[in-house]
Design a protein around this ligand. Structure first.
Ligand code: SF4
Length: 448
């Protein structure tokens, strides 16, 4: 009964938000403040209170967040409206309500987003990446991708994120999926080199696809890893996307080598100038045969990244997420279906894009069955893995937890190239975890 009332309440809020969105389109600068006042009067007590306050202060102070809101406003109108409907209303509002009730009914985690590898293939040959060597051997068929999305929607999941390999090697199928599931938002990690005029036109047509382009830093660092000319191609892709008023973001992995560059003011300014609306930072993970523990940032380096990103949030008109240091905003580790899960090009359903252990393959079970598989239930029962949100991961910062979960559940390695024993992986992470702990505890106590 409660969930019916919740659903009705959410449907009413969604309908009002849609009306309000249309009203805003006429004159956003004047209408946004008016609308926020209206929302304050009718919103249930405590409803997205923090977000509403942040919006108010952005508008009042005309600060960097205001600038970002206006940048979103100036996107292609159809794409912007679809983003609002699919991301805000379907994925985050009505979707979350369905996820919550399914979670309660089924007794397992239900994800907000599903990460999918359409293919293991890639068009580049980046140092340290297996995809180029592994080639075109593994693919999820279009029917399989379609079935995953259809099953996900029944659980309340309206957000799908492609990773790989290079997902845009399969761009035709990706566009077909966007067309068929026009009520979902699709995002893709990509090296950016396959974004051309024709693809931009397709993005404008389907309206529900957003790329997150990977960058390692400036030209030298990027081409050093991805091959000569890759950086220039990315610049060209960003220029095209900006010209077409299409939304896009950047994904950047920080290591002991590039952390200074990619958390620098110059880098932030460069990507904002290029038109990026968001940047997602990932901490280097020492996973698999090609792992290089020397690339792990030291506690001082990680702290510097943590501080710089938080500083730039106050001044730069870009939405930034630092996945390893921002766990406090999402209550710790989001894997194991708590907020997301990952399905490989081989069909293996993994708790996280970095955790290559599984008991379930989507070719032999339903999505819901995978969510109830032993390692997913171990995540469900074990989260959060640490009270200190600067030590959220059962692998990187709490390797004993992953070791135990994999052993207790009998989850098998899903690594395409060379299966890795969980002991090998966890032994590699232990020195990092021990080294980071004192600094993380100090930072958490002081800043929490
Ligand atoms: S398993 Fe680790 S890397 Fe994956 S979401 Fe959880 S904290 Fe992040």
């Amino acid at each position: 009964m409660n969930s019916l009332v919740e659903k009705a309440k959410n449907a009413a809020i969604a309908a009002s938000l849609n009306q309000a969105w249309k009203y805003l389109g006429k004159d956003p600068e004047t209408n946004i403040p008016k609308l926020l006042d209206m929302v304050d009067k009718v919103a249930p007590e405590g409803w997205y209170e923090g977000q509403r306050k942040a919006f108010h202060s952005a508008i009042d102070q005309k600060n960097n967040w205001y600038e970002l809101i206006m940048k979103v406003w100036n996107l292609d109108e159809g794409v912007r409206d679809t983003f609002f409907q699919n991301f805000i209303v379907n994925a985050s509002l009505s979707g979350s309500a369905i996820q919550e009730s399914t979670k309660e009914k089924e007794g397992c985690n239900i994800p907000w987003a599903i990460l999918l590898d359409p293919t293991s293939a890639c068009n580049l040959h980046c140092t340290g990446c297996w995809a180029a060597e592994y080639g075109n051997k593994l693919n999820l068929t279009l029917d399989e991708l379609d079935s995953i999305v259809s099953q996900g929607k029944k659980l309340g999941t309206y957000m799908y994120i492609f990773t790989g390999g290079e997902p845009l090697v399969r761009k035709k199928d990706i566009i077909r999926l966007c067309e068929k599931h026009s009520d979902c938002e699709f995002l893709s990690f990509t090296n950016g080199t396959l974004i051309d005029e024709e693809f931009c036109q397709e993005m404008l047509r389907v309206k529900n696809f957003v790329p997150a382009i990977s960058l390692e830093g400036f030209e030298m660092a990027n081409d050093g890893r991805r091959g000569q000319g890759a950086y220039e191609k990315v610049m060209k892709a960003m220029k095209l996307l900006k010209e077409h008023k299409l939304p896009f973001g950047i994904s950047a992995c920080y290591t002991s080598q590039n952390y200074k560059d990619i958390s620098s003011e110059e880098f932030f300014d460069m990507i904002m100038e290029a038109g990026a609306l968001f940047i997602w930072f990932f901490h280097y993970m020492p996973v698999g045969q090609g792992a290089v523990p020397e690339l792990l940032p030291t506690p001082e380096q990680r702290t510097e990244v943590y501080r710089r990103i938080r500083e730039f949030r106050k001044t730069k008109a870009i939405f930034s997420m630092d996945f390893q240091n921002d766990a406090e905003y999402v209550g710790g580790c989001i894997a194991g279906g708590r907020r997301y899960l990952h399905i490989t090009a081989n069909g293996d359903v993994e708790p996280c894009v970095f955790i290559h252990y599984s008991n379930a393959n989507i070719r032999n079970c339903t999505l819901l069955e995978a969510l109830k598989s032993p390692i997913f239930m171990a995540y469900h029962d074990g989260q959060p893995f640490n009270e200190n949100m600067l030590r959220p991961c059962p692998m990187l910062e709490n390797p004993e937890k992953l070791r135990k979960m994999v052993k207790d559940t009998g989850a098998k390695s899903t690594d395409y190239e060379a299966p890795e024993q969980v002991d090998t992986l966890c032994d590699r992470c232990t020195p990092y975890a021990e080294n980071w702990k004192p600094q993380a505890d100090k930072l958490w106590e002081r800043d929490a």
